[in-house]
Design a protein around this ligand. Structure first.
Ligand code: TXA
Ligand code: MG
Length: 297
C-alpha cells in the first residue's frame, strides 16, 4: 500500500513502521525514541538483535538530540556535515540516552545520517528522528524502488521513485577516523579531510552477517580468466561493461541491487560476476558483491 507524507507522519507518531525513500536505498522507519516500534522493525526484517540501526535526522538540532560530537572531532564532523549532509554519509558518534539500547545493539555509540530525499526530510522534520535499516528482509538485496519492497514486506510505503545512488551510505567513525562500510562517498574523498583508515568488518557489527543475496546462486570471481574458464550453459554473467561469450546482464553501480532482485525471476543455474577493483565507488560495489555471493573464487 502506498501512502502520503501526512499518512507517514501519522503512522510513525502512532508507533507504526513505514517504508521511506532515501537517495541510497529505501529504509524501514520507526520513531527513534519508540522502543516498541523499533522492536517491530527488527521483527519485520528478521534482523539479528546484535545489528544496530542507523538514526536518520533532518536537522542539526535533531542530530544533537541523538548524538554527542566529541570535542576531539568537532572540526572533522563539522567539515563532513558541511560537505556531505544531506547525503549518503553516516557518522558513528557517542549516543545520547534518548536512543534506546535496542536501536544501537547496546553499543555506547549511534550511527546517524541526514538523508537527501525531499519527501523523507519532510517526514522526519515533522515526526522526529527515525531509525531506518534498509527495507529488505535480513540477508536479501536492499530495495531501490517501492515495488521491490511491496513484494517482500507487508508495510505501508511512501513511494519516492527510484533511489538515485542505489546502494547504502558510507559509514565512518570520526575518532579515530575509520571507514566501516564503503559507499558513494569514497575513501579517497574522505582522506582529504582526515587520515581515514580501513576499519575491519567487525566494527560495523552488521557487516559480519550475510547480506544482499539473491536466491539464485551468485559466484564472485577475483580474476577474469577464472570466470571465463568456468562458463557453462545455464550461466549468465553480470557485467559492468566487459563482453563475455555467455548471456550477460548489464549492471551499473546504481542498478546493481535491481539486477540482484531481477535475476531470481530469470531461472539461471548460476550467475557469475567479476569483482571490480577496490577503488573509488567500486570499493562499495565490490564489498556488496563479496557479501552477496554464495561463493568467492
Ligand atoms: O544508506 C543507508 O545507510 C540505508 C538507508 C535506509 O539510510 N540504511 C542502511 O541501514 O543501510 P542498514 O541497517 O541496512 O545498515 C546499517 C549498518 C549496519 O552495518 C550496522 O552494523 C551499522 O550500520 N551500524 C549501525 N550502528 C552502528 C554503530 N553504532 N557502530 C557501528 N556500526 C553501526
Ligand atoms: Mg541493510
Amino acid at each position: 500500500m502506498t501512502i502520503t507524507i501526512d499518512d507517514a507522519v501519522r503512522l510513525l507518531l502512532g508507533g507504526e513502521v513505514v517504508a521511506l525513500p532515501t537517495e541510497t536505498v529505501y529504509g524501514l522507519a520507526a520513531l527513534a525514541t519508540d522502543e516498541a516500534a523499533i522492536a517491530k522493525v527488527f521483527a519485520l526484517k528478521g534482523r539479528p538483535a546484535d545489528n544496530p540501526l542507523i538514526v536518520h535526522v533532518a536537522s542539526l538540532d535533531q542530530l544533537a538530540l541523538v548524538a554527542i560530537v566529541p570535542a576531539t572531532a568537532e572540526r572533522l564532523v563539522s567539515d563532513l556535515v558541511e560537505s556531505y549532509w544531506p547525503g549518503p554519509l553516516t557518522l558513528v558518534l557517542p549516543a545520547t540516552e534518548r536512543v534506546p539500547l535496542a536501536a544501537r545493539a547496546r553499543l555506547p555509540t549511534v550511527a546517524v545520517r541526514m538523508p537527501d530525499h525531499p519527501l523523507t526530510r519532510l517526514v522526519i522534520e515533522r515526526a522526529g528522528p527515525v531509525v531506518a535499516p534498509s527495507a529488505n528482509p535480513s540477508g536479501r538485496p536492499s530495495p531501490v524502488s517501492a515495488a521491490q519492497i511491496a513484494c517482500a514486506l507487508p508495510v505501508p510505503i511512501l513511494d519516492g521513485g527510484p533511489c538515485r545512488v542505489g546502494f547504502e551510505s558510507t559509514i565512518v567513525t570520526v575518532d579515530p577516523p575509520r571507514l566501516l562500510r564503503p559507499g558513494s562517498v569514497t575513501l579517497e574523498e574522505l582522506r582529504e579531510f582526515a587520515p581515514f583508515t580501513l576499519g575491519d568488518d567487525v566494527i560495523a557489527p552488521g557487516m559480519k552477517h550475510r547480506h544482499y543475496s539473491p536466491r539464485t546462486k551468485l559466484v564472485a570471481f577475483a580474476h577474469d580468466a577464472d570466470l571465463r574458464a568456468a562458463l557453462a550453459p545455464g550461466i549468465a554473467v553480470i557485467t559492468f561493461g566487459a563482453d563475455y561469450p555467455a548471456p550477460t546482464i548489464a549492471a551499473t553501480p546504481e542498478s546493481l541491487f535491481t539486477v540482484l532482485h531481477d535475476i531470481d525471476s530469470q531461472s539461471w543455474d548460476a550467475v557469475y560476476v567479476l569483482l571490480p577493483p577496490a577503488t573509488g565507488i567500486w570499493r562499495a560495489i565490490r564489498n556488496r558483491l563479496e557479501k552477496a555471493a554464495h561463493s568467492l573464487r
